[in-house]
Design a protein. Sequence first.
Length: 308
Amino acid sequence: MDFTALMPWTIFGGITFAVWALMNQFAPKESRVSERLEELRNPLLREKARGSSKGGMGSMIEKAAPALSKALQPKTELEQNDLKVRLANAGFNSPTAPQIFLAIKFSMLIGGALLGGGFGMLRYGATQAGFTTIGLAAGAGFYLAGIGLWYLRRKRMQEIFLSLPDALDLLVVCVEAGLGLDSAMRRVGDELKDTHKALCEEINMCNLQLQMGRSKRDVLHDFGVRTGVDDVKALVAILIQADRFGSSIAQALRVQSDSMRVKRRQIAEEKAQKTAVQMLFPMVIFIFPGIFVVLVGPAAIKMIDQLL
């Protein structure tokens, strides 16, 4: 039996051993009976386990995150902050979010290499095409996590941008009715939590930070950074300036709300103007050939009959 025939079985055995080693490494070392006995001895362990109870796969990834993410850790503080901001824009504000994201990225790299290696060796054998398949699959798995993060980040920023005018209108009404900015933000977070979930989550986080004693300027600045939306950053700058110089917050909010509605109307008009140009390509590809056949087809058939 030659080496080419043994290669698929070798790859299968290697993948099986790697999966078994990972499961054995991150599986719980103690039985459930021992854990229950420890919880009875120390009730604090029960509360800790209840607070951090997650699914099996999520718990395994969280335990393995520090080891798996070590190879992809950003080298500089600027890169670390950039990763935290991108994750916060996508809605992941947990302190362990960067580690979990890098662990998932590294796991997808290894998984892509294993799957690509299995397919490539079975299909092409130990040739250049087989090793190329391994590299392509590993690269696809590595960049797939970043593409998913980019999609979630863009979707959430778009949702916050579309929710902002309604929140601003309600905020203006609350402030003009006599509520302070803190109470108005709390009211907005309670009223719009069912329709504008992403924006209300950020507003509720701001309210929580204000209750914990952080300064209003820092809370508003972090609010703009977490969302990543330019209009929210402009709103935050206006609120910070109004709070610093003592000007009317209601007037500043009304001006920002009017400008946001003008911007939304301009975006809608821009999309309407682009529609004619965007419809040109589907018409040329799908509609004009059918019209051409219907109009020219009968005349072409008659010409062919006369010539023959």
